[in-house]
Design a protein around this ligand. Sequence first.
Ligand SMILES: Cc1ncc(COP(=O)(O)O)c(C=O)c1O
Length: 373
Amino acid sequence: MGVLFSGSQAEFAVIAEDWLRSVRDIAARGVFVGGPPVASFEQRFAAYLGSRAAVGVGNGTDALFLALKALDVGPGDEVITAANTFIATVEAIHHTGARPVLVDCDPDHFLIDEEQTMAAASPRTKAVIPVHLYGQMVDLQRLLPWAESRGIAVVEDSAQAAGAFHRGRAAGSQGALGCFSFYPDKNLGALGDGGAIAVNTEALLPVLRKLRNHGGEVRYEHELPGFNSRLDPIQASALALKMNYLDEWSKHRRAVARMYEAELARVGDLMLPAHRGDESHAFHLYVVRTDASARDSLRRQLQKKGILTAVQYPVPVHLTPAFSHLGYEAGSFPNAERLAAEIVSLPMHIAMDEAAVAQVAGEMLAFLGPVRV
Ligand SMILES: Cc1ncc(COP(=O)(O)O)c(C=O)c1O
């Protein structure tokens, strides 16, 4: 038996019946954009996060872009984020006309380096986007007051971190705005694209509601040049159903991480992900490191045995052709570059159990050999 990389089909099986019923209800009402399912999901999601409000949008990339637009980020501004994020974070900055300023990550937690973030700030810095990468929250305790004292907005890229809490605060609830992706494989995943912006600064709510809907909350009342980026009710109803399971599924992911830790402790040439051991990691991904020279052959061997893995992400943003114009080069961010060559994401989802973890670990042991003492 193989081991799937994604749990989205297993999640679908859990909500299928109720969701199909809500799709029929939506069709019977004939409101396929907006309507009560979206508003009620937004309220519920905001309450879960402890945010003032949530604004559903078309996807996580738009959530970031519209968040920056609402903060009036544009040409002449700079926005700091991590070099080892998914490219969407940097695309969102780029499309506002602002300049993305990248910094390295720390080598253990893979999270944005706090000192480098502070050092990269200039009078032009309008926002910082800490990325809660792989589901693990960046500690914002120092960064938030530092940013506030300089008038820099913090936008949390929480695309991978729904269900994570640090010191009692949800991912996405501490910065001015928190951006979520509901891409199907995410911890809170729709059955297609979707996203949301958690609004923690109430003054930004009206502009966000306008930006996502052609510049107005009321049809044909266009108060500013907006966009079309809305969460649709068919997705919102799937998300509302999955919210019933989010905490349980996050708990399961943390349990799978502990199983991996136990099973992989005997495997050589392998570094397991560092974390705080609490709810601040929602384990969207379980990312291990091995020697760069062995990484791709390990993945091929696992695939031969039916175990699917991934690399998130094989090229750090500054080395992609898309962002070569930023002027960084190989060596600019050594931690991010090294990680890109060494990381492997192992299967991590709600359908993983002890047998599946043992199977993955067994194949890794067979390929990499035991820990040398
Ligand atoms: C860290 C991060 N930021 C942003 C995004 C963009 O989200 P989406 O794919 O919904 O546009 C993703 C997800 O793909 C992500 O992982």
